[in-house]
Design a protein around this ligand. Structure first.
Ligand SMILES: Nc1ncnc2c1ncn2[C@@H]1O[C@H](COP(=O)(O)OP(=O)(O)OP(=O)(O)O)[C@@H](O)[C@H]1O
Ligand SMILES: [Mg+2]
Length: 156
């Protein structure tokens, strides 16, 4: 997908909602785990995108980056979303101790900020979202990294 400009916070939220719809669509047809890496500098909009994503699925409360707890679970009617922020992960093994395998079991969507911090421990991405700073706005670029990811992008 070509890089797209997100002119303000609302557009980042709207993009997160669009991505959520694609994932919902996919999960309505397949039992699967969807792994989404959110890649970009501090303040690039990863949590903002996750907020739009979760709101679209019907979550009404706050969405904060789980900077200290590393992961925040959200339960929906027939699937779960796990929102990770691995910025403060010291040792990728910590994730093994947390039992992350369970998070990557059937019918879940994993949104992962700072996946670079856990290379070699995390499952591979189905979709990578790259967020980049411009002067004020951001750009977003979406890359399919698996057949599942490509199918979801085709549904957007
Ligand atoms: N498209 C946009 N244009 C301008 N500002 C934006 C845009 N999207 C998000 N922001 C703003 O950028 C700020 C940082 O966003 P956010 O917390 O989502 O970043 P992050 O990538 O999660 O950062 P961190 O790596 O620290 O977790 C917020 O104030 C948010 O409102
Ligand atoms: Mg964040």
């Amino acid at each position: 997908m070509k890089p797209t400009i997100l002119a303000n916070e609302q557009e980042t939220i709207a993009f997160g909602k669009q991505l959520a719809n694609g994932c919902l669509n996919y999960l309505s047809m397949h039992d699967s785990v969807i792994v989404i890496y959110l890649i970009g500098d501090l303040g690039a909009g990863k949590t903002t995108l996750s907020r739009g994503f979760l709101q679209q699925l019907g979550h009404t409360g706050a969405v904060k980056s789980p900077t200290y707890t590393l992961v925040e679970p959200y339960q929906f009617a027939n699937f779960s979303v796990y929102h990770f922020d691995l910025y403060r992960l010291n040792d990728p093994e910590e994730l093994e101790f947390m039992g992350i395998r369970e998070y990557f079991s059937s019918r879940s969507i994993c949104l992962i900020e700072w996946p670079e911090q856990a290379q070699g421990v995390l499952p591979k991405a189905d979709i990578e979202i790259h967020l980049t700073y411009l002067a004020l706005e951001r750009t977003v670029c979406v890359k399919a990294k698996s057949d599942i990811g490509q199918a979801i992008i085709n549904l957007l």
